[in-house]
Design a protein around this ligand. Structure first.
Ligand SMILES: [Zn+2]
Length: 250
């Protein structure tokens, strides 16, 4: 890092837990963000600013007017554009030209290819089918996953770290596949609550990349903005989990 970059990242460098080594790790990291909605918008902004030089942004949707209250990457004039394109343009205008854009719904081998190329995945999608697919790809590739979800005025956050196999994976939490996936757009969401979960998702991603421990590698964190309550719930691997249950015992 030159003097300008040292100055830019000085607040992180001064953190004893991070130091210059943590910032260097961020600069070397490759991160895939799946979903560029309310969560992905804020995650992308924070991770781009954190010094991560290789961000991959994946989303197949177009920016719509009803997205704007919470999807803070986008401007009114970008309504109708692919979210990836709009996000890339916004980040470039902020001095981050380097995002790689994947304008497709990632599933199957394409998802596996993209997961294989990165060091960490942030799942910022809005539906169970994508979350299950991303989780499965991360378990198979043994890549850390930071997964956030938000609905109405509540949210949840967890880290799936291959080094914490006893905590299982995202799929262990949902033995039954939920038929009725709830989406923000259909059920409502308070914009800043998505932002709150997203900024903490970005913080967890930074911690994992920088090598800081996090209790969310073992726990699920749930947050209720209506009552302003949060709690951590210990996760345990489900031996019958179709995704991680067949892995060697931890
Ligand atoms: Zn599992």
């Amino acid at each position: 890092m030159d003097d300008r970059e040292l100055l830019r990242h000085s607040a992180h460098i001064f953190l004893p837990e991070m130091g210059i080594e943590g910032v260097e790790r961020l600069r070397r990291a490759r991160v895939l963000i799946v979903g560029l909605g309310g969560l992905g918008s804020a995650v992308a902004l924070y991770l781009a600013r954190s010094g991560i030089l290789e961000l991959v942004l994946a989303d197949a949707d177009l920016v719509s007017l009803s997205n704007l209250p919470r999807q803070i990457l986008y401007a009114d004039r970008q309504v109708g554009l692919p979210k990836t394109e709009a996000a890339g343009a916004t980040l470039a205008s902020l001095g981050y030209p380097g995002a790689r854009l994947v304008t497709e719904r990632l599933f199957g081998t394409r998802l596996a290819e993209e997961v294989d190329r990165v060091d960490l995945v942030c799942d910022a999608s809005d539906n169970f089918a994508t979350r299950f697919a991303v989780n499965e790809a991360c378990v198979k590739a043994q890549i850390p996953l930071v997964s956030a979800a938000v609905i109405r005025m509540a949210g949840q956050l967890l880290v799936m770290d291959p080094k914490e196999a006893a905590a299982g994976c995202y799929r262990c939490l949902y033995p039954e596949i939920e038929e009725e996936a709830e989406r923000c757009s259909e059920r409502g969401v308070l914009g800043p609550v998505a932002g709150a979960l997203a900024t903490l998702q970005a913080a967890e991603a930074i911690k994992v990349i920088a090598g800081l421990p996090t209790p969310l590698a073992r726990d699920l964190w749930v947050f209720d903005a209506k009552e302003m309550e949060s709690r951590r719930i210990r996760r345990r691997r489900d031996p019958a989990c179709p995704i991680c249950g067949a892995l060697p015992s931890p």
